[in-house]
Design a protein around this ligand. Structure first.
Ligand code: ATP
Ligand code: MG
Length: 798
């Protein structure tokens, strides 16, 4: 009824409302940052259900990162409740995996296929290049991988790659591509780009399959459409269709939202052509522009607009806000990257002390992941709770990949890359020569590597010496025992534990006194925790799941929730953009009394998100813009869009900083100011500290003083914490000299401590070991705080 619809659209502006209510033809919403595009998308979903009688199972919404997908699920969940469970809300990759598992038979593959990430793909390419006798300098796996990926993004398959080649490298790469695909299919595996390309192929070659999905998904919505590449665009078009099918199924309703100024994935083949030619691609399309920004202050918006206006060949947009000017952008020139991090940390501390912000209101951005380390060091040292999104690369660690390789072999015995990875890990006497014998045998007999191993056991592999044969026999028996366990229906975490124990992997690390191995053990424990939580959340989801409607049959080929294949699918699809294990940081967030944690991430990862306080760091030519972009107009334009994304994440306060000297590749380098800094109008900027000899206004004497005298820190908050100024002074001077001296403080519940900032306290509990050790400490009136115990902790045990 009317009232209900008003509730769904009442707090939208007219253009937003038009987008939510638009029906029938394809719809493109183009608008600048913070104008409510994502809000339109989620609201439209609620409107489809509430006002247009759509069924949750008819809705597919696609986003770019797992983080964005999770956020959308949450937003839609708030609007429509549990019914959201029946929708497909995911990344392109997850959605394709779901389709491909279901339709594996049609493509003559088995539905338990493995998903190869960039690292697996490079490993396989290394094998292929070696077998094709290619010069490993000229044909580096990384370059081959990038080239093949580009071809796949353009939907050029291995058979036709040769005819597209224009030089020697491309011709050889085309041969590699053919062999690479053959091996992938032999291993029952797909790489990330295959997921999209094979789904497109599926829809194009099997119209009845395409029709099934078109009948099923009557509404397709895509966020961040400016970052789609050709393959993804084609996928969307095949999915919704542009005209009725032979049996009369009308095209599905398509709604895409995007902003050409935020296109930051050209390096993965993204093209804003998809936005610019939407109306040509989809007949009868309607375009709606949004012009009011609801996120940022006018100052922040003006800064963003001035920067992006320098890009050539763009359509000018007029964004306005009714928010008022707000605070000026704060600029800061640091001596070096440690000073910069200290400034950021000190400023966050002040904002929180003054009650201006909570930790969770704050985000720190940098251009590349390796810049996070310096921030982490000082945050740990000061006990500022934080979380790094994407930088941890948990799933890229060797021990984690080894453990997952075992699980993958258990789920898909044909997964050659994983099998060869663990063949002699931990060492069990199966050397390179033995591996080569088995591989050659597999090639010659055209059988899988695992079958060749079994042939070795039966003494059918030529040239294999008896000792290797014995080792292989033991390995195959080990695997068989694990297969049996995996088939018995125990939880994923128990299978993982068995792998770590029976292979001797854990024992080997346990026996080592290398501190690195201690942290490897912790990572494996963390993986076990991830697996346990996975099972728990699958059980919870099952308990909460809505009754399945009669018209929705369960999906064949899709892994059972909570199963090993489901777990592997989940961890494989954690895109590099946001790879953190689900359990990382979660505890910290709960423990900090709703104050949450500061978020550290690259600008790429920050796309679509917003924070009241944003620190843009490393604004130096050669860092941001990236060195690679200097002198390359196209890349520079992309870097500028990235700067636009960074600035527009901020709602109330924006900081931009740079360091005069920064250690890069082990060498101190003096970088000039980022040109993007100069592009922010001077009147919008308040320089807290300027370069010593800067001609642009000259730093005030006060601003030039060092840390202890930083403006705003002189008079501490009412709570007058013990030695708070002192903490800063010692903290920061220490920071300059003894970064590498990491002393872990050994504490137990009941111990008494004196902290430079919080004063006297009693340890309530401790958690974790080594670099992950933390203690929860009751500091009386200063509160209960959880602190990391690594680094030069400004605290002594009494
Ligand atoms: P980006 O381009 O960065 O992805 P966006 O266009 O998707 O931005 P949203 O994230 O949807 O923008 O919205 C930005 C902020 O403005 C959000 O906090 C959102 O809730 C708020 N907002 C959007 N529209 C309105 C509105 N009509 N009234 C009040 N707040 C709004
Ligand atoms: Mg958005």
């Amino acid at each position: 009824d009317q009232g209900e619809h008003a509730e769904l659209t009442g707090d939208l502006n007219p253009a937003q409302r038009a987008a939510v209510e638009h029906a029938g033809t394809p719809l493109l919403v183009v608008a600048g940052a913070g104008s409510g595009k994502t809000r339109v998308l989620t609201r439209r979903i609620a409107y489809l259900l509430g006002a247009r009688g759509a069924h949750p199972g008819q809705i597919m919404a696609i986003t770019f990162t797992n983080k964005a997908a999770a956020e959308m699920r949450e937003r839609v969940g708030e609007l429509v409740g549990r019914r959201s469970g029946a929708m497909w809300m995911s990344t392109f990759h997850s959605m394709c995996v779901r389709v491909l598992r279901r339709e594996a038979k049609t493509l003559e593959m088995s539905s338990n296929f493995s998903i190869y990430d960039a690292d697996d793909a490079r490993r396989l390419l290394t094998l292929v290049a070696r077998d094709l006798d290619l010069d490993s300098k000229r044909y580096q796996p990384r370059a081959l991988a990038a080239h093949i990926s580009n071809l796949k993004n353009e939907l050029i398959d291995s058979e036709s790659a040769g005819s597209h080649a224009t030089n020697d490298f491309e011709r050889r790469a085309a041969e590699v591509y053919v062999e690479y695909q053959r091996r992938l299919s032999q291993a029952n595996a797909m790489d990330f780009d295959d997921l999209i390309m094979r789904t497109v192929e599926l829809f194009q070659v099997f119209p009845d399959v395409a029709e099934y999905y078109r009948r099923r998904f009557r509404h397709v919505l895509v966020d961040e459409y400016q970052d789609t590449n050709h393959a993804q665009y084609t996928l969307v078009r095949e999915l919704v269709g542009t005209e009725p099918t032979e049996s009369g199924v009308e095209p599905a309703e398509l709604c895409v939202v995007g902003d050409a100024d935020q296109s930051i994935y050209a390096f993965r083949g993204a093209t804003i052509r998809n936005i610019e030619e939407f109306e040509r691609d989809f007949p009868n399309a309607r375009t709606i522009l949004l012009e009011q920004n609801y996120r940022s202050t006018q100052t922040i918006l003006s800064a963003a607009n001035s920067v992006i206006a320098r890009n050539p060949d763009r359509r000018d947009k007029r964004l306005w806000t009714s928010e008022g000017d707000g605070e000026k952008v704060v600029g800061y020139v640091a001596d070096n990257e440690h000073d910069e991090a200290a400034f950021v940390a000190g400023e966050i501390d002040d904002l929180v002390d003054q009650g201006v912000a909570k930790y969770s209101d704050v985000a720190v951005f940098y251009r590349t992941n390796n810049q996070s380390r310096v921030f982490e060091e000082i945050f740990i040292r000061l006990g500022l709770p934080y979380r790094v999104v994407g930088g941890v690369r948990f799933y890229e660690r060797k021990e984690v990949r080894d453990a997952l390789a075992y699980l993958r072999v258990l789920a898909n015995p044909d997964d050659t890359v994983s099998l060869r990875r663990i063949l002699n890990v931990p060492k069990r006497g199966i050397g390179d020569r033995a591996e080569a014998c088995v591989a050659t045998h597999a090639e010659r007999e055209r059988i899988s590597f695992v079958s060749a191993l079994r042939d070795a056991v039966a003494d059918k592999v030529p040239m294999l010496n008896p000792r290797s044969r014995k080792a292989i026999t033991a390995f195959v028996e080990l695997l068989d025992g694990l297969y049996e366990l995996a088939d018995s229906g125990v939880e994923v975490a128990d299978i993982l534990e068995a792998v770590l124990d029976r292979t001797g992997y854990r024992a080997e690390l346990d026996a080592s006194d290398d501190p690195q191995d201690a942290s490897r053990l912790e990572n494996l424990d963390e993986l076990v925790t991830v697996a346990r939580e996975f099972t728990e959340s699958a059980a919870e989801a099952a308990a909460l799941a809505p009754e399945t409607d009669a018209e929705e049959e369960p999906d064949a080929g899709v892994p059972e929730p909570g199963s090993l294949p489901a777990f592997l699918e989940r961890v494989s699809l954690v895109a590099d953009a946001d790879s953190i294990p689900e359990s990382d940081g979660g505890d910290a967030e709960e423990d900090a009394d709703d104050a949450g944690v500061v978020t550290l991430m690259t600008v790429h990862t920050a796309k679509g998100l917003e924070y009241p306080v944003v620190f843009g760091t490393g604004w130096e030519d050669g860092v941001f813009p990236h060195l690679r972009a200097l002198g390359e107009p196209k890349e520079l334009a992309e870097e500028r869009r990235l700067a636009y994304v960074a600035i527009t994440r901020a709602r109330e306060r924006l900081y931009v900083s740079r360091a005069l000297v920064r250690t890069q590749w082990g060498q101190p380098a003096a970088n000039p100011a980022s040109r993007f800094l100069d592009e922010i109008p001077a009147e919008l900027l308040d320089w807290r500290r300027e370069a010593p000899s800067s001609g642009g206004g000259g730093g005030s004497p006060r601003a030039a003083t060092t840390w202890g005298g930083r403006p705003g820190t002189g008079s501490d908050s009412a709570q007058s914490r013990l030695a708070s100024g002192g903490m800063r002074t010692t903290g920061f001077t220490g920071a300059r000299n003894d970064w590498k001296d990491t002393v872990a403080l050994k504490l137990d519940a009941g111990d008494r401590v004196n902290h430079d900032k919080y004063g006297l306290g009693t340890v309530v509990s401790t958690d974790g070991t080594g670099p992950r050790a933390t203690a929860t400490i009751d500091f009386g009136t200063a509160g209960t705080v959880r602190l990391m115990l690594i680094g030069s902790v400004p605290m002594v045990k009494l």
